[in-house]
Design a protein around this ligand. Structure first.
Ligand code: AMP
Length: 310
């Protein structure tokens, strides 16, 4: 009964359209994911950083005591992944300014033996071959969900299609859904992805929310409406972290529950939406280190009230 995430820990540089920017701040897919999931219970992290990983960034993890760091490898002689990005005027689209893979381009960090019994697995954005290796290392999983990005759709599509036959769910952006399937319509893209294997796909549309296309139904959720968008970096990963964290919490509360059912996933994406709405209010993890579980509950209640119609 445990949630595992494997992905990147990075040192980010982010520029926003109003001229504000931050250099060398904590980022990475599994950093954001694990922080978000930790509001719902324990989360096991598997990732590698280099010897250059700054102690002050490392200390941020201490603010999230529910993250189990036994799978964090500090690799001798290697450098930490670095990424730089610039947001366009609408804050929904961004350009990557640089990507220095460093340790991410080397051998994957091992899954500690103590994590092999993980039942929920999130494969954060990585080469699909590497994601497949994590599946092989987690034979007790009950639910596996993957993220992906345009790069892998372009350069490793066959591996990605192979991975999709082995996972329960996929989370991706609407433009990536179009790239993967050739379909502009989000629901049509979702249905085409279901034909590739997974039971459900969550297609994210930034400030327009997300659409869940599941073998047993379709649901659409708006984003939490706000004009307080400082830095959208990590919104996607914290969405996934909130979603998987909530599913892990459901599993803890009711062992036999079908975690991949339409009802379970629909409920979980509400948690993902709410946690992501905090991430974007400050740079890096600055907002997530401030909030408490109660803040998430309060905003979830406001969000539920807003959605009530009739
Ligand atoms: P998100 O905004 O949720 O899509 O995720 C942003 C995070 O992804 C940043 O903190 C980056 O460090 C990380 N990132 C960007 N490019 C890559 C990549 N090619 N592989 C892994 N992580 C990446």
């Amino acid at each position: 009964m445990a949630l595992l995430v494997c992905g990147s820990i990075g040192i980010d540089t982010v520029h926003t359209p109003d001229g504000d920017s931050r250099e060398n701040v904590l980022g990475g897919s599994c950093t954001y994911f694990a922080a978000a999931a930790s509001f719902f219970g324990g989360v096991r992290l598997v990732a590698a950083v280099g010897e250059d990983f700054p102690p002050d960034l490392r200390r941020t993890f201490d603010k999230f005591p529910e993250i189990d760091l036994r799978g964090l490898e500090v690799r001798k002689g290697s450098k930490t992944f670095r990424w730089g990005g610039k947001y366009l005027a609408n804050m929904d689209q961004r350009e990557s300014l640089f990507t220095e893979l460093n340790v991410l381009g080397e051998e994957a960090p091992p899954i500690p033996a103590a994590f092999a019994d993980s039942t929920l697995v999130f494969l954060a954005n990585a080469h699909p071959g590497r994601q497949m290796a994590i599946l092989e290392g987690t034979p007790h999983r009950r639910l596996a969900v993957a993220d992906t990005m345009d790069l892998w759709i372009k350069i490793a599509k066959d591996d990605l299609v192979g991975l999709l036959t082995r996972v329960d769910g996929l989370v991706l952006n609407y433009d990536e859904g179009e790239l993967l399937t050739g379909k502009k319509n989000t629901v049509a893209a979702g249905r085409a992805i279901l034909k590739m294997g997974p039971r459900f796909v969550v297609i994210k549309k930034g400030e327009h929310g997300c659409i869940l296309v599941h073998k047993d139904g379709i649901a659409a959720l708006p984003a939490y409406p706000t004009d307080n968008v400082v830095d959208p970096t990590g919104a996607g990963d914290t969405f996934a972290g909130g979603m998987m964290g909530r599913l892990a919490q459901m599993e803890a509360g009711s062992a036999g529950r079908d975690l991949g059912s339409f009802e379970s996933v629909r409920e979980a994406i509400v948690s993902g939406t709410v946690v992501a709405s905090f991430t974007i209010e400050k740079f890096s993890l600055d907002r997530l280190v401030e909030i408490k579980v109660g803040d998430i509950g309060k905003r979830a209640a406001e969000y539920a009230a807003m959605l009530r119609v009739g």
